[in-house]
Design a protein around this ligand. Structure first.
Ligand code: 6PG
Length: 240
């Protein structure tokens, strides 16, 4: 299926648009298996949920997972779980059993194995991969997504559900969903905002020469729909 582009004026409007999409999903399904993206882009979304959606979403029917996690303790400033916990998980009526964090404090290889097992225990699977209802993804300005970086393209084709990655600049170890797990999802939503992402968005969505070198270009679920939620700044290079 063709990528669907949702372009709004700014990141606040994107947060509302994505939330309305999630609301619709929760009206269609009794339980939603959602993987959160990390980084800073989702912060505006998490704050919106805490401030305006206490009653606007069925929190007890959404199960929260992560697309990737930094291998740090859950109270570390770099932890994707800590960010989500501080901004919305701790502020809303979300049952503890609905929160499935990656244990960044544990041995990365062992945790990749454990998390893969947890995902397959909870989420219906197909061909040995969990089928998420919705996976949120960000995109780095190097074209990475989740923690699949351009120097580790093998994570796109790995037969593992989760893998261990290394940030190319900081060397930070990460646990990440692999490309095959991501591409099993029923829906994938990129949330990409800011002028800093314009060049890669244009390169990838415009399928310009060499676009396949970027991991985000390989998020093409054969049986799923990809949405690109972008603000005007990130989408400015796309043909109208
Ligand atoms: C992470 C993310 C990563 C992120 C992109 C974009 O753990 O860092 O999952 O893939 O989404 O790097 O990050 P920003 O939203 O901070 O630009």
């Amino acid at each position: 299926m063709e990528n669907q582009q949702i372009i709004k004026s700014d990141k606040a409007a994107i947060a509302v648009a994505f939330t309305e999409h999630l609301q619709k999903l929760t009206q269609e399904k009794s339980r939603v298996y959602l993987a959160l993206s990390g980084g800073s882009t989702p912060n505006v979304l998490f704050k919106l949920w805490a401030e305006d959606y206490r009653t606007g979403l069925p929190w007890d029917r959404i199960h929260f997972f992560w697309g990737d996690e930094r291998c740090v303790p859950p109270d570390h400033a770099d932890s994707n779980f800590r960010t989500a916990s501080e901004l919305f998980l701790s502020k809303l009526p979300i049952p503890a059993q609905n929160i499935h964090r990656i244990h960044g404090e544990d041995d990365p290889e062992k945790e990749a194995e454990r998390y893969s097992h947890e995902l397959k225990m909870i989420i219906p699977e197909e061909d040995g991969f969990p089928v998420f209802d919705l996976i949120m993804l960000g995109m780095g300005d190097d074209g990475h997504t989740a923690s699949i970086f351009p120097h580790q393209m093998e994570l796109l084709e790995s037969d593992a559900v989760c893998g261990v990655a290394t940030h190319p600049i900081s060397g930070q170890i990460r646990v990440t969903l692999t490309g095959k797990t991501i591409n099993k999802a029923k829906e994938i939503a990129f949330l990409v905002t800011g002028a800093g992402k314009k060049e890669k968005v244009t390169h990838i969505l415009g399928k310009q020469e060499g676009y396949e070198q970027f991991p985000a270009a390989h998020i093409q679920p054969p049986n799923g729909q990809v949405y690109w939620f972008m603000d005007e700044a990130a989408a400015a290079g796309l043909s109208k």
